[in-house]
Design a protein around this ligand. Sequence first.
Ligand SMILES: [Cu+2]
Length: 152
Amino acid sequence: MSVMDRSEKRVIATTGALLSLFIFSILYARGRYNDLPECLPFNKAYTEPKVTRLDDKTYQVYAVAQMWQFQPAEIFIPVGSEVDFFVTSRDVVHGFNIYEKNVNLMAVFGNINKTTVKFDKPGVYKITCHEYCGVGHQNMQAQVVVNDPAAH
Ligand SMILES: [Cu+2]
């Protein structure tokens, strides 16, 4: 005679299997996406838009969003570059989304959000605001122009 019903054992086994799957998924994702965006302590230096070249393949962009534009509006980099984006806002909350890249940040006044993106293919990568920020929201765009140095 068993204390537990068979259906109860099945439920416990299923729960255990699902729990293991969830834990495995979390650990797997952590290993796979190791350059997740981060929040940096606020520093006034980031509120001045600029593009800095650290070396041939490494750039830093201080991206500032405001109603209704991004600065800098155009960023030129060579193909194969790795770019650190430091994103902030001068007014309301804006979005910072780069087409075809895994970038989905919020631009928030008094905050600096950082992410790193590698541009392996030449082309024009549009940046758009994807947080509704007022009547000019749909015009809020910028672009990253990735040139192939061999083409020049
Ligand atoms: Cu906006």
